[in-house]
Ligand binder design. Structure first.
Ligand code: 4GX
Length: 272
């Protein structure tokens, strides 16, 4: 059964970005997931179809009213239960939520459905959050102009986990081992670009050597750029194989830096 996304949003057109294009567009055409949008504007009751109002207590900006959101969520829930979904799960995208990471994405990709609540303006009436929201999730510790982009990031990352969403090659790079490390560097033709060559090993045709080099680059780059990821992945320290690869990486790094210094003192590769 396809994963069901129901999105509560004042800007439903924004979701074309994922439903029409790229990997998520293809997964949509292949019916790996369904995405329905619900516009709170359609549940507004007054002549102007108002969905926001001034905050009690004063202050700048506007607050999204509880009633239009409440009814939109209720209709989304009804649709989901009508399609046979046993349990609904309402997620509010906000900086106050738990930060999204790979573990969270894997967990969400196990669900049959979710309802994503996207806020605009300064916020949402707190009583609606208390009554309807099961979980708050944040993209990261910064503020964006509305929940839509955050919801799309979440949906994209979840869809990539669905069987059949990625080609075989892309899927291979997704296993849990690789997912926690940074990518090894990539190269394509030409083999000499502005005097910069491709690492010799990649032209060797020796698949075992290439595989080992790539693994070493992944571990080495993670150690250099994101050491926090290594400690998260291996809280008890690196296994022997990985330790060996990393030590060799560090040695090679020193060699490369020393070579660069030699070049500089000898005026190699120095312009002017
Ligand atoms: N990760 N935003 C939600 C509305 C809002 C305003 C005030 C609560 C209080 C965000 C994020 C994010 C901006 C979406 C504020 N909600 N969403 N919006 N970071 O910054 O998910």
């Amino acid at each position: 059964m396809a994963l069901e996304f129901d999105v509560i949003t004042l800007l439903p057109e924004m979701f074309c970005a994922i439903t029409k294009f790229g990997i998520t567009g293809k997964a949509n055409r292949n019916k790996l997931y369904h995405l329905h949008t619900w516009n709170p504007r359609n549940y507004a009751t007054n002549h102007y179809r108002t969905v926001d109002d001034a905050p009690y207590g004063g202050g700048p900006g506007m607050v999204m009213m509880a009633q239009p959101l409440d009814q939109a969520i209720t209709d989304a829930k009804t649709r989901q239960t009508d399609t046979g979904i046993k349990q609904t799960h309402v997620i509010y995208l906000s900086p106050q939520g738990q930060c999204l990471d790979h573990e969270k994405i894997l967990q969400l990709s196990q669900l049959d459905s979710m309802i994503l609540l996207c806020g605009r303006y300064e916020g949402i009436d707190e009583r609606l959050i208390e009554e309807q929201v099961d979980e708050e999730i944040s993209l990261g510790d910064y503020v964006i102009s509305g929940g839509e982009l955050a919801a799309m990031v979440l949906i994209d990352a979840v869809i990539r986990q669905l069987p059949g969403a990625l080609g075989d090659m892309q899927s291979a790079n997704q296993d849990s081992h690789v997912a926690h490390l940074l990518e090894y560097p990539h190269y394509t033709r030409p083999d000499n670009y502005k005097g910069k060559t491709v690492p010799e090993v990649l032209l060797s045709g020796n698949h075992a050597r290439i595989e080992r080099w790539r693994q070493q680059q992944s571990i080495g780059r993670t150690w250099l750029k994101r050491p926090d990821l290594l400690t998260k992945k291996y809280p008890a320290g690196l296994p022997d194989k990985e330790k060996e690869l990393l030590e060799e990486f560090k040695q090679l790094q020193h060699l490369a830096i020393n070579q660069q210094e030699t070049d500089t003192t000898k005026g190699i590769g120095v312009t002017k």
